[in-house]
Design a protein around this ligand. Structure first.
Ligand SMILES: *Cc1c(COP(=O)(O)O)cnc(C)c1O
Length: 227
């Protein structure tokens, strides 16, 4: 299958799942995850109107950026080292992976240097997997209360990666918990927006959409780029 055929199939599945769940397909953003994908292949999705691209490494993002028009929205979805923040701060539309206070401080500092307010999502390790980044569920509220005082960044929601499970259905409780957490926080932490819930990847995005995701991050199902 070609990239465009894959893409169309993913888009159809998102739309069908949304409709079945009583949701408007328009409210779900598809971020095409392009890590390890060569620039030429990435450009194919622009032709189909997908301008939101996700990268997980700073070097790779910076190398690819100049090959794309300014309308492309870059999403940073990987683990972010503090010393690389200044390189991407004015290149990316949304950082999905804020997971610690030292990183928040650095984003705040670099954003203010450039007179901008950086939109971020807080990454949550819902399933408490030892090898995964993200805050444990119970730490999210106190973290948000602190981060809300930093003028250089704006928390716009939460992100999670579900455990890799044989059947996507098994990821459902993780997605549900993230959505409920976002709902509780939106109602109770002043100054915090819970506009985006970034969850769902190639093998579990349908379940994530059923559970309220409004940003899905999809690589392999579009580009066949599994490492
Ligand atoms: C690689 C990656 C994805 C996409 O995963 P696929 O299974 O290829 O769709 C999504 N989110 C993050 C954080 C990733 O690193």
């Amino acid at each position: 299958m070609s990239i465009l055929e894959n893409l169309r199939r993913v888009q159809e599945q998102i739309a069908e799942t949304a409709c079945r769940s009583g949701r408007d397909p328009e409210e779900i953003k598809l971020v095409a995850v392009t890590k390890t994908v060569p620039v030429g292949k990435m450009q194919e999705v622009l032709g189909a109107g997908v301008y939101s691209l996700g990268e997980s490494r700073v070097q790779e993002l910076l190398r690819k950026c100049p090959h794309f028009p300014a309308e492309v929205e870059w999403h940073f979805i990987g683990h972010l080292q503090s010393n690389k923040v200044r390189n991407i701060i004015d290149q990316v539309k949304l950082i999905h992976s804020l997971d610690r206070w030292s990183l928040a401080i650095e984003i705040d500092r670099r954003a203010r240097e450039k007179n901008l307010v950086m939109p971020v999502l807080v990454q949550v390790n819902v399933a408490r997997e030892a090898y995964k980044h993200g805050l444990p569920v119970n730490d999210v509220r106190p973290f948000l209360e602190k981060v809300a005082r930093l003028p250089g960044l704006s928390v716009q929601g939460l992100m999670t990666m579900a455990p890799l499970v044989p059947h996507p259905e098994e990821a459902r409780p993780v997605f549900r918990e993230l959505r409920l957490l976002a709902k509780r926080l939106a109602a109770s932490v002043p100054g915090v927006m819970m506009k985006y819930i970034s969850m769902g990847m190639s093998n579990d995005f349908a379940v994530a959409v059923e559970e309220g995701s409004n940003i899905v991050r999809i690589g392999t199902a579009i580009f066949n780029n599994r490492r």
